[in-house]
Design a protein around this ligand. Structure first.
Ligand code: MLC
Ligand code: AMP
Length: 463
């Protein structure tokens, strides 16, 4: 059973889910989510505007009970992104909150409705979630994730992190990605422990979660960077059981500062939307700053150059491939793109380059493609932003890159050739079409872009 806690005979827990100041007991969660499931029976795919709220948790839980695929949508999606996600996923309606101009029917989530009906367990191969993630070019791709993959991924992490029903997980990450949603919400639902969602991942909110009994914290590196500069907040986390970082590289100085302030060595793990988490430091293992740990139980990895395996000597850098039961099996509606990454022998070519040492410890060196930017832990395709900026009448040519940033890891910078309009006009144009986190933080007007003999922009020569 995927979620033993979502059945009427699960033991009650007064504060099973806390989101900000809002709270739901296990009994109310099961009753309200089952009532949602009653209302959506017969649907196959529903969109959920993934605000950090109890209603979002109820909508997703209702879909999981009913066996309906949920498509979590960034709540600040712009028009272009929204239209694409709804069309590509085949979503039939919004479940719960909806944007102002919903385009689809809206099925309400009734917080105070209750049902104690017992639904049959949906097939384990059925799609539980379709998550959207950026590629180097084009619009985001849908990644269908099966119930079986979610179970395998969460159980492998429970093994690595000694994660049990006694844990109270705290975080403030968005509810439309692997990190905040699958690990951060479905994790506690599968393990049976409490969830404390802090709405925003601010250091003071994490410190306040200690008063609610938080034992385990999730954050992207930007969150840990901010915690490390807020001494008082950091020190409050000292008595937590485990601090975990992922979604982007955790800078070694941040690992060291958090260690000095809290006594904790952050557990780092590596994953992708397409594969879920495949490599992690173990709670009972070595925590080496700058390294992301060992393959999870059931996972195999290799580093390659072309078709050749490279040695695990701690120095040789190669393309990282992973294979494991938590992986998705391909992009939605994209057989050709899927075939580029899901290889015939079952391995997934991650696009990351890595080294592995003789003990199996992995270090992520970087990404092959410069056109995938990681900013604040979000994966953002340069091409998607360039297309939108080219749609602005003042822009003749544009190149978008990620430049190193102490806070965000990388900061989105757009080099623009065209009429000099105020930066805010171009930034707002992007937020109207895409999600806010895809907005350039900086616009640099230039007279021309560096190009090679073929006319291709040489992004490496920018910045
Ligand atoms: C300023 N703001 C604007 C704006 N200018 N908003 C829109 N348009 C403009 N022009 C405002 C915002 O509204 C916000 O206000 C404030 O500026 C800060 O902006 P932000 O972008 O919300 O926050 P920021 O501080 O930059 O973000 C840092 C962050 C965020 C860490 C909070 O990047 C984040 O949540 N990252 C998590 C990403 C994640 O979960 N990735 C997982 C991928 S899964 P206000 O008032 O709203 O604060 C994955 C697999 C794996 O990778 O391995 O896990
Ligand atoms: P996403 O699809 O948003 O999950 O982004 C996945 C990408 O994030 C990976 O391909 C890596 O480039 C990066 N990533 C995730 N976790 C880590 C980590 N711990 N260290 C370095 N990079 C990471």
């Amino acid at each position: 059973m995927l979620f033993p806690t979502l059945t009427p005979n699960a033991p009650d827990l007064a504060d099973a889910i806390t989101v900000g100041d809002d709270r739901l007991s296990r009994e109310d969660l099961v009753g309200a989510a089952t009532a949602v499931a009653e209302r959506i029976g017969g649907a196959h795919t529903l969109a959920v505007l993934a605000r950090p709220s109890i209603d979002t948790v109820l909508a997703i839980a209702g879909c999981l009970i009913a066996g309906v695929a949920a498509v979590p949508v960034p709540p600040d999606s712009g028009a272009r992104e929204l239209d694409h996600i709804l069309t590509d996923s085949g979503a039939q309606a919004w479940l719960g909150a909806a944007p102002d101009d919903p385009a689809l029917p809206v099925i309400p989530v009734r917080r105070y409705a209750r049902s104690w009906h017992r639904h049959p367990e949906p097939p384990e191969t059925s799609t539980a979630l379709i998550l959207y993630t950026s590629g180097t070019t084009g619009l985001p791709k849908g990644v269908p994730i099966s119930r079986r993959a979610i179970a395998a991924g969460l159980d492998a992490l429970a093994d690595a992190w000694q994660w049990t029903a006694d844990d109270a997980l705290a975080h403030g990450l968005p509810l439309f990605h692997v990190h905040g949603l699958i690990l951060g919400v479905l994790g506690p639902l599968r393990r049976g422990g409490r969830l404390i969602h802090t709405v925003k991942p601010r250091p003071e909110n994490y410190a306040a979660a200690m008063d609610l009994g938080a034992s385990m914290f999730f954050g992207v590196p930007t969150v840990w960077t901010r915690v490390s500069t807020d001494e008082a907040a950091a020190q409050r986390l000292s008595s937590a059981r485990l601090l975990v970082s992922g979604s982007a590289p955790l800078p070694v100085p941040v690992f060291d500062r958090i260690h000095a302030l809290t006594g904790h060595e952050i557990v780092e793990r590596y994953g992708m939307t397409e594969t879920m988490i495949t490599v992690s430091t173990r709670a009972d293992g070595e925590r080496r700053p700058g390294w992301v740990g060992l393959p999870l139980t059931g996972v195999e990895t290799r580093i390659r150059e072309g078709d050749n395996d490279l040695p695990h000597d701690g120095e040789t850098v190669g393309d990282l491939h992973v294979r494991g039961p938590m992986m998705s099996s391909g992009y939605l509606n994209q057989p050709a793109k899927s075939a580029e990454s899901w290889l015939a022998d079952g391995f997934f070519a991650t696009g990351d380059v890595a080294v592995v040492d003789p003990d199996g410890m992995h270090r992520i060196v970087g990404r092959r493609a410069t056109d995938l930017i990681k900013s604040g832990g979000y994966r953002i395709g340069a091409g998607e932003i360039e297309t939108v900026l080219l749609g602005h009448p003042a822009v003749d040519e544009v190149a978008v890159i990620g430049v190193p940033d102490d806070d965000l890891g990388q900061r989105i910078v757009a080099y623009v050739v065209g009429d000099r309009v105020p930066d805010a006009e171009l930034i707002d144009h992007v937020t109207t079409e895409l999600s806010h986190h895809k907005r350039p933080r900086e616009i640099r007007f230039v007279d021309g872009l560096p190009r090679n003999a073929m006319g291709k922009v040489q992004k490496k020569l920018l910045d």
